[in-house]
Structure formats: C-alpha cells, structure tokens
Design a binder for this molecule. Structure first.
Ligand SMILES: Nc1ncnc2c1ncn2[C@@H]1O[C@H](COP(=O)(O)OP(=O)(O)O)[C@@H](O)[C@H]1O
Ligand SMILES: [Mg+2]
Length: 384
C-alpha cells in the first residue's frame, strides 16, 4: 500500500552526513531551485523503491544535518533500514546520493531575460556592501550563473580581499573607460576568482587607484547625461558574457553612485524586478538616517530621469540580539518598511573576517558556514 504524505505536515529529522555530500546537496538543490527537504524526500522514496543493495557511501567525518520530512516517512524509512541491515545514517547518505545522481548539475543555468544587474549600495561604510556583494556573487557562480563582480569603490577593498592588487594609476581602468580616456577592451581587465564550485564562471573587475578622481571628473564632464550613463556604457561589452553583473558601490552619494543607480534601473522591455539595488544595513539608528538619504537620492533620480529603480531589499548585517532593545527594535523598523523587504538577517560571525584575513573567497573558506548559507539565501532571492 502506498502511504500518501502531506507535504505541509513535516517533522524535523537529524542525520549525519559527510561535509562534501552535504555541500553537494546544497549546491545542487540551489542550482536546480529545489528545496533541500524535497530533494531528501525524493531520495528516500527512490531508496525505498530499490530492490538491489546500493554501494556504501563513505561517511567518515560525518556531521549533524537536519531536514524536514513528511510526517511518518522517518519512521517508515528507519524500519526499512533495519530490515535491510543498513545503518540509518548510511541509508540517508545513499538516498541523497541517489537523488544527486538522478539530478545532474546543469552545465549552465538558462538565462531568461538578459544580463541582470545588481548593485550593493549604502553610503554608510562598514555595513557589509563588499562582503555581501562578494559572497552573493560567489553563490551565484556556484548556482551556475556566469557572474562578474565590479569593484566600484576607490578604496579597492573587494580587490584586495580577493587577493589582487589595484591597477596602477596610469593603467587602463573602469574609470578611464567611463570617461573615454582609454581605448582597448574592458574585458581584458577581468581577473578570475577560482574555486572548483565556481566552475570558471566568476570574474572580477579590480579597482584602480584613479577611481578617487572619478566623481570630480564626472561632475565636470561636458558630455550630456554622462553623469548617469557612464557606467552602463563602459560595462556594455561585458553584458554578452555574463548572466549577472554585481557592483560593490562606494560609500558615498556622489555622481559615481548615480551611475551605479542608473545602471541597475529596470530597462525598457526588462521584466520588472530582475535588476536592482540591495541595501546592506545595520540594526542601529545611524543606519536608518543613512538610508533616508540614500532613499532620497534614489527618488530624485527616479523623478528627474523618469526611470524605474527596483529596491530588491535590505540585508540586515552583523545582527546581534544580545545588544538588546536597540538591535531588536531597529530590526523591527527595517521590517516595518515592508517595501523593500528585509531579505536576510546575518549575525555577527567570525568566518567573514577570517576569510578576509586569508584573502580567500568566503564560500571557499567556509563553504558550510552560516555566513555562506546567508549568501546563498540572498543569491536565490536575487536570482528568483
Ligand atoms: N556578518 C558579519 N559578521 C562579522 N563581520 C562582518 C560581517 N559582515 C561584514 N563583516 C566585516 O565588517 C567589515 C565591514 O564590512 P564590509 O563588507 O567591508 O562593509 P562595507 O563594504 O559596507 O564598507 C569587514 O571587516 C567585514 O569583513
Ligand atoms: Mg566596501
């Protein structure tokens, strides 16, 4: 008799999985847009319908892994394991292996609407623009998207954190392309960010020491509209090559920021909500004041140019509820804004700072950590 399980009624189950298998499951589920608990459920059904014994999965160094199964399936599965003489953790690992083998990674995720442009902006420094843009770009690459990270902050933190040097002041650069001061192909300036899970899909455009001059030069440019369109024109050659262009914005509200805001607008013919701005913030009062200023600037651009700029959401970063009322009430105020929504709350975590110290991509340094999971959550939201 087949038992019908109610997908809404689930119970938490815990097993132990080797880290590599757990990661493979998370990445594959993200690539295919499948919920992990549904993948595990399918795997268990497939395992139960097998008639031949399955090869053992190496479970050395297994760590706890929790998921939610339809109520009742856990008990049935456990009884099956006992009947087949297979340890429960081994049975789970085999089930997940079955699901993975039946659902291979797509070689590349299809791109529905052309290049998607997402900027991480907030003129307040130290809120997580650089770490979030880098982490989300890594997660997008893991998911199968060709992704380009643009270091658009003159300080070049992103460039340095990913182990590269800033371009010399005289060298070709993004700013020079924006100002028409150099010929050549912008694509030649890209550097790879490598990790087996990024699959050769992640690149960065490093910062240059000339970027400090960009704002003043844009201000005095005599070309019409260059103050808004310069970034879009410079990045145009990249758009054929990438599914996502992710911009780490400077901590300022000058013309440089205007060009980034203009770049992430909803273009004519583009499906609403596919590009836009993500706003990392802290759960404290000064962050709210900073957001008011940013919001005013966004509204001014929208009104002056008659464009649509989609705010994807707030990322409330370095959240520490132990800070008491200030933190909790401030988080609530972000949530109460409602539009844009809060799309992630990231605790104060050590992995981020450790990865920076070692100049490693976060998702390579701590692929199973909570911070990397947060980046994948935001990436799924951005790619939805
Ligand atoms: N969730 C987090 N927990 C702990 N440290 C963090 C977290 N997010 C960012 N950081 C650290 O805080 C500092 C500021 O973050 P960063 O991303 O550089 O902000 P911004 O780009 O807005 O200036 C960096 O040292 C970064 O490593
Ligand atoms: Mg930064």
């Amino acid at each position: 008799m087949t038992v019908q399980y109610d997908p809404e009624n689930r119970e938490k189950v815990v097993t132990k999985l080797p880290a590599a298998l757990r990661r493979e499951l998370k990445v594959r589920a993200a690539q295919l847009g499948v919920d992990i608990k549904d993948a595990v459920t399918e795997g268990i059904h497939a395992w139960r319908s097998q008639t031949e014994p399955l090869p053992a999965v190496d479970t050395a160094g297994a760590e706890p892994f929790a998921t939610y199964l339809p109520a009742g399936l856990y008990a049935t599965f456990k009884a099956d394991c006992t009947a087949r003489g297979v340890a429960y953790n081994q049975g789970m690992a085999q089930s997940i292996r079955l699901w993975l083998d039946a659902h291979p990674a797509p070689s590349r995720v299809p791109r529905p609407t052309g290049v998607r442009r997402v900027i991480f902006g907030n003129q307040k420094g130290g809120v997580g623009k650089t770490s979030t843009s880098a982490g989300v770009a890594q997660a997008l690459a893991e998911m199968g998207y060709r992704t380009c990270l643009i270091d658009f902050d003159p300080q070049g933190h992103l460039t340095k954190q990913l182990g590269y040097d800033l371009f010399d002041i005289e060298a070709p650069s993004l700013a020079k392309h924006m100002l028409g001061e150099t010929k050549g192909d912008l694509r030649d300036l890209l550097v790879p960010i490598e990790d087996a899970n990024f699959g050769g899909r992640l690149f960065m455009l490093p910062a240059c020491r000339d970027a400090f001059l960009l704002d003043a030069k844009l201000a005095t440019s005599r070309h019409v509209r260059v103050k808004e369109t310069a970034l879009e024109k410079a990045l145009a050659p990249l758009e054929q090559e990438f599914d996502f262009i992710i911009v780490d914005c400077p901590p300022s509200l000058g013309y440089t920021m205007d060009t980034a805001l203009y770049y992430c607008r909803t273009r004519e013919g583009e499906e609403p909500g596919t590009s836009g701005i993500c706003i990392p913030v802290l759960a404290e009062d000064s962050s709210a004041d900073a957001y008011d200023m940013l919001d005013n600037q966004i509204q001014d651009l929208i009104d002056d140019l008659g464009i649509v700029i989609n705010s994807i959401g707030f990322v409330v970063n370095m959240y520490d509820s132990r800070k008491g009322y200030i933190a909790t009430s401030s988080l609530n105020s972000w949530k109460e804004i409602g539009d844009p929504p809060v799309i992630a709350v990231i605790p104060e975590l050590k992995e981020q700072r450790e990865a920076v110290r070692l100049k490693q991509p976060l998702l390579s340094y701590a692929p199973n950590g909570e911070q990397s999971e947060a980046m994948r959550t935001i990436a799924r939201r951005v790619a939805a």
